[in-house]
Design a protein around this ligand. Structure first.
Ligand SMILES: Nc1ncnc2c1ncn2[C@@H]1O[C@H](COP(=O)(O)OP(=O)(O)O)[C@@H](O)[C@H]1O
Ligand SMILES: [Mg+2]
Length: 402
């Protein structure tokens, strides 16, 4: 999967609704092309094999012997290299045993949510060995001051991770600014996370309810955000936050969290559960000083198990004659300073006003390149090397020509 190639998946089903939903679910995938065979799987001969898919989804009734025999035939013909995902009507212990013995990559019982099916397929394509790092990567962004650009960086990070071939395929943004979040707004989505519904019984929040409460962006990004309630003072308990993050982490490859400035009783739990913690700051003396204190406080409360990385947004190489310089930033923050993000008012403003992600305005924008160096250093480096290579060749060619 990490080669970024498009993969063909063959779907066999005679269930019209299922075919339609599945086609719709895969339509936006940049990784998978779905080819469907609308037939009873018992009648198939070489059709599946001839389509040379990288994986196969078979919709069948695993309680029927003739269908199991047909599955066996199909799998024998496909050999060991093409994973088969079975979607079955019936669910019985004996059917499960047979499917396990046949070594299907996965089996799902109808009704199947398309999200489960997509995940299952992607996992099948990735093959065994993915299990070890199957856990979600959680990146948390915490502002060191108001309006420093946290939400802007959260959303673009989510999008970049979502489209990174190395980082899996599903991404969820979680806006923990329950009172006045702007993640949904920035993407022109309707926030659908209804806290009051689960406030007193967090165990009610299950996969199904989560699905209802997610807002889905056309890019494939999911956003968990609550509608704004400017006049309410909302404080809710740690259980709800933990339950919500556990669920999200179980179903997504990447989770990107937008934290509020205020330190809540659950903040520490969120920090401890994160793989990467970015503190977003700006280039003023008071903000950098505050950042320094914040970093220290985080390290004290989390027992140094978390190393905050500071991103300085709206970074200027030379602010003013007497202003702050990169050397000052480095001196104040030490090795917590991980990088700066260019100041690009027009780009960011334009994106926010139009309710679209930054890259839609300009995929080559300096803000995006700066951010990628921080969140996807390997990929950014690889791209830079390639670019240098091209330039090198170009120069040589020019020299010859001249
Ligand atoms: N790199 C940048 N260059 C220019 N303006 C920016 C940049 N990042 C953010 N902004 C602007 O700063 C303001 C605050 O951004 P926002 O992401 O909402 O911050 P926060 O979530 O920290 O409150 C917005 O108007 C946004 O357009
Ligand atoms: Mg914000």
């Amino acid at each position: 999967m990490s080669d970024g190639k498009n993969r063909r998946v063959v779907l066999v089903s005679k269930d019209r609704d299922f075919l339609r939903d599945t086609r719709a679910a895969f339509a936006s995938s940049e990784i998978i092309t779905l080819v469907s065979i609308e037939q009873n799987m018992v009648d198939l001969r070489n059709e599946i094999h001839d389509l040379e898919g990288a994986a196969v989804i078979i919709d069948m009734d695993a309680s029927r012997l003739d269908e199991i025999e047909a599955l066996q035939r199909i799998m024998r013909r496909l050999g060991d290299t093409v994973p088969v995902v079975v979607v079955t009507q019936e669910f019985s212990a004996s059917a499960v045993r047979i499917l396990v013995q046949l070594r299907v990559a996965d089996f799902l019982v109808k009704p199947v949510t398309t999200a489960d099916l997509v995940r299952s397929c992607i996992r099948a394509l990735q093959g065994p060995g993915r299990e070890e790092n199957a856990e979600a990567r959680i990146s948390t962004f915490m502002p060191a001051a108001g309006g420093v650009g946290t939400t802007t960086l959260v959303l673009e990070t989510a999008y970049q991770l979502h489209n990174s071939t190395l980082r899996g395929t599903s991404t969820c943004v979680v806006d923990l600014n329950f009172q006045q979040g702007s993640c949904a707004e920035y993407l022109d989505l309707e926030p659908r996370f209804d806290i009051s519904e689960i406030e007193n019984q967090p165990e009610r929040l299950d996969r199904h309810l989560l699905d209802v409460m997610l807002s889905k962006h056309e890019s494939g990004l999911c956003v968990l955000a609550a509608p704004n309630a400017p006049t309410e003072m909302r404080s809710f308990n740690t259980d709800v936050v933990v339950r919500m993050l556990d669920l999200v982490a179980a179903y997504f490859d990447n989770v990107v969290i937008d934290l509020p400035r205020t330190w809540f009783p659950w903040t520490e739990t969120v920090l401890l559960g994160s793989n990467n913690l970015y503190v977003v700051a700006e280039m003023t003396v008071p903000c950098l000083r505050h950042t320094q204190r914040l970093v220290r406080a985080i390290q004290e409360t989390t027992g140094k198990s978390i190393k905050p990385k500071v991103i300085v947004n709206r970074f200027e190489q030379r602010m003013f004659e007497a202003g702050i310089k990169q050397a000052d930033v480095e001196e104040i923050l030490g090795d917590h300073f991980i990088g700066g993000i260019s100041n690009n008012y027009r780009l960011v403003r334009n994106a926010v006003d139009r309710g679209v992600p930054l890259h839609e305005i300009d995929p080559d924008a300096n803000v995006i390149a700066d951010l990628r160096k921080i969140i996807l250093p390997e990929e950014a480096e690889a791209a830079a090397t390639k670019q240098r290579g091209l330039l090198g060749v170009g120069r040589k060619w020019l020299r010859k020509a001249g």
